[in-house]
Design a protein around this ligand. Structure first.
Ligand SMILES: Cc1cc2nc3c(=O)[nH]c(=O)nc-3n(C[C@H](O)[C@H](O)[C@H](O)COP(=O)(O)OP(=O)(O)OC[C@H]3O[C@@H](n4cnc5c(N)ncnc54)[C@H](O)[C@@H]3O)c2cc1C
Length: 483
């Protein structure tokens, strides 16, 4: 006699599913279905934040849109919880359903670039560097994040900012169309000329409206080289670096993107060994204009004393995209991030951040100040579900530590107090893509600001039963009671 498989239902309660039904599902898939003892299960459920302990009962690795549809139908018909995993980078670990079914999209990783039309068709399992390499071969790029290994799907559906954001906006501003499997299993195209409300909701509403099975991005000519790299100083000169950073950001054209980094120096080959583990301030910079324009725009920063390293050179854009990946903590470390959008910077707020950076508790932790202003601000709040159109900077206090480190509480406290220090300067919004697991509906509402109620109405229209709820959830509006 075969026992049933226990799978978490929509509210987390266990549902018994006959093994025969699971075998029949497996037989219908072109892709694979994995149970916890199967080879590949651990790799399929490994996510960026090792602090997350959620473990699905079943992993489905679809190979096609049809497979996604089959998985959605199977889960919905039985009331099973389904999560969607792109690159597995969301810090809250929402890509994994605890005890339910996880759709691991990593096998849908195809890319096709049409240089003539300047479009790229991208599978939902791709990570940033897959796309950057394919488009970079044609001297083209779309807006994706700074880290090469981040999943494009979650990144784009929640926002997506990176080196090209000042010039071209968010990743979601560069979407031309998407193909999506809805909660009822229907496959729809959403674009400016079809299913416009759905297209609006998907651009910021993340995984709340369906499973995206194909993204079409607009591409931009960025030439064969950018001027980019890292400038690093002894943190003793932080105040001067902050002044130069502020002046540079104020005067920069949209071709220039500069991110401020505060941390203990990692043991990178381009940092002299005597500085490893010591407090440093860095600027991660990328200039997509001419070399002469770049020279001018870097000048103010290069005047600051106390510089330890300057790796800025002319290089292919894909090499620039790989840079941060080499400095990030490895996948599987424990992480706790807190973040806020700011409408501007002042010496006061940078000084506060600098003070917290001095008190950093782990060699893997860091503060990032991303400069996101520019084309992102050209849109009004109502243009897309992503509502933070007044954001000019994104501050992230990222606590990160090794799994065996017994000081986790101290690292978390550091991230929280750093965040508390900048909160008074927040726009009031925050970034849905970097919310931690302990952030509640108040923070989700704050992230969507005045778009939240419209998102709830559209959720009721497209996913009334809140089938897609293993995410930063937007609850559907309740039906008006009939008299
Ligand atoms: C190291 C690191 C660097 C980062 N750098 C940046 C950066 O430079 N810029 C930036 O903007 N953000 C950045 N982020 C944040 C990033 O945007 C989020 O972590 C985002 O969730 C990553 O997407 P993913 O596909 O890897 O997410 P996952 O964890 O796989 O998924 C997160 C959620 O996205 C939704 N989702 C995923 N795939 C689909 C799909 N196919 N259809 C529908 N919904 C889907 C689901 O709701 C899912 O729960 C970074 C994160 C990390 C860990």
């Amino acid at each position: 006699m075969t026992t049933a498989l226990r799978i978490a239902g929509l509210n987390g309660e266990p549902v018994d599913v006959e093994r025969e039904a699971v075998s029949a599902l497996m037989a219908r898939l072109t892709g694979s279905l994995l149970l916890p003892d199967d080879n590949g299960f651990d790799a399929a459920t490994a996510i960026w934040n090792g602090r997350i302990s959620a473990r699905p009962a079943v992993v489905i690795q679809p190979a096609s849109t049809d497979d996604v549809r089959t998985a959605v139908d199977f889960s919905r018909e039985r009331g099973l919880q389904l999560s969607i995993k792109g690159g597995g980078c969301h810090i809250a670990g929402i890509s994994l359903s605890d005890g339910g079914i996880t759709l691991d999209m990593s096998h849908m990783r195809s890319i096709s670039v049409d240089p003539g039309r300047r479009r790229a068709l991208v599978g939902p399992g791709c990570v940033n560097q897959d796309v950057d390499r394919a488009t970079g071969a044609h001297g083209l790029a779309t807006v994706l994040g700074y880290d090469p290994e981040t999943g494009v799907a979650g990144l784009t559906l929640g926002g997506g900012f990176g080196y090209l954001t000042p010039r071209f906006g968010l990743s979601l501003d560069n979407l031309d169309e998407v193909e999506v499997v809805m909660s009822d299993g229907a496959v729809r195209r959403a674009a400016p000329d079809e299913n416009q409300n759905l297209f609006w909701a998907l651009r910021g509403g993340s995984g709340n409206f369906g499973v995206v099975t194909r993204f079409t991005y607009r591409l931009h000519d960025i030439g064969l080289g950018v001027t980019g790299g890292l400038l690093i100083w002894d943190a003793g000169h932080a105040a001067d670096v902050f002044d130069a950073y502020q002046e540079t950001v104020l005067e920069a054209t949209r071709d220039f993107n500069v991110t401020l980094i505060m941390r203990l120096a990692p043991p990178a080959p381009f940092i002299p060994a005597e500085w490893h583990g010591k407090p440093v301030v860095g600027v991660l910079a990328c200039h997509i204009g001419s070399a002469a324009a770049a020279d001018g725009d870097f000048a103010r920063l290069r005047k600051v004393d106390g510089m330890i390293a300057d790796t800025v050179t002319l290089k292919p854009y894909v090499d620039q995209q790989a840079l941060l990946g080499r400095l990030q903590p490895p996948r599987g470390m424990h992480s706790y991030w807190k973040s806020e959008f700011l409408g501007g910077l002042s010496s006061g707020v940078l000084g506060t951040l600098g003070g917290h950076a001095e008190a950093i508790t782990s060699p893997l932790s860091h503060v990032h100040v991303f400069s996101v202003g520019g084309a992102l601000n050209d849109h009004s709040i109502e243009d897309t579900a992503f509502a933070n159109r007044d954001a000019r900077f994104s501050v992230i206090a990222a606590a990160c530590w090794s799994p065996g480190d017994s000081d986790a509480d101290r690292h978390i406290h550091w991230a929280r107090s750093t965040w508390e220090g900048v909160r008074p300067c927040s726009t009031g919004g925050n970034y849905i893509n970097v919310q931690t697991a302990d952030e509640d509906e108040t923070r989700i509402r704050a992230a969507y600001r005045s778009n939240f109620e419209q998102l709830r109405r559209l959720k009721a229209q497209y996913d009334r039963g809140n089938f897609f709820r293993a995410n930063r959830n937007i609850p559907p509006t309740l039906p008006v009671p009939q008299r």
